[in-house]
Design a protein around this ligand. Sequence first.
Ligand code: CO8
Length: 260
Amino acid sequence: MSEYRTIKVATDGGVTIVTLNRPEALNALSSAVLEELIAAFAAFQADDGQRCAVVTGEGKAFAAGADIKELAATSAAQFYAADGLSRWQSHLVRAVRKPWIAAVNGFALGGGCELAMMADLIIAADTARFGQPEIKLGTIPGMGGTQRLARAVGQARAMELILTGRMMDAAEAQGAGVVARVVPADGLMDAALETARTIAAMPPLAVLAAKEAVHAAANLPLEDGLVLERRLFHLLAGTEDKAEGMAAFIEKRTAEWKGR
Ligand code: CO8
């Protein structure tokens, strides 16, 4: 859509494609990028025809982190007064109930790695590189890196990466559990779109519930997570889509989802 300056947004059927578009700054995540991502995600969430999103980067980076020039000019008082960085979590994670995929095409560093880890799943080009180099700038990750990386790869490797700023290549990131799938760079968008289209074709309520339940695994004690899973399972038992899905299986035909 033409009103965006720092991102590009397109749709392909039920899939929204968001491309970070500041290649001259390796898609550094400025406050303008955040505002536009918030608008794009709100539009994605609000549009019943859109079922899955893919976020990628233009050029050789997914995103090389927060915009260091902007960060350098922001005081502690400004950050604290604005509860700086909280809107990534509230608008790109909590407010987005539909699934989205990070298609990581190159550098995903600092805030870029954190943005990728906010996604419901990461598909990476074999050329992708992941890291939290904030320590080299005299700071630490500020939008989830210490928490999500530690949950994804375990404390030992997260500690090593965050204390040294070392980058992981795509193969290591996959082996460590950050990345769902690694594909050749020239096939990245095809692979991400194929996965997104597959998700977009699934029954919408079950997709929402599955996302909610899997995220709860990172946040809740096991007993509480198991209760949430069961309650969502019970809820889905009352949907038309569940009746349709099971009838279609028994009748050997393709199900038609209604989202209710
Ligand atoms: N911010 C602003 N500009 C950047 C950034 C960035 N993070 N990264 C690259 N650029 C700019 C460069 O300044 C350069 O601009 P110019 O041509 O005007 O000099 C242009 O992009 C190209 O970059 P390089 O010439 O450096 O490209 P190289 O291929 O030589 O190097 C690297 C690529 C290794 C990725 C290198 O650019 C680099 O190290 N970048 C910084 C990575 C980094 O430290 N990221 C962490 C930032 S701090 C952070 O993310 C805090 C997270 C918590 C807050 C999150 C809020 C969003």
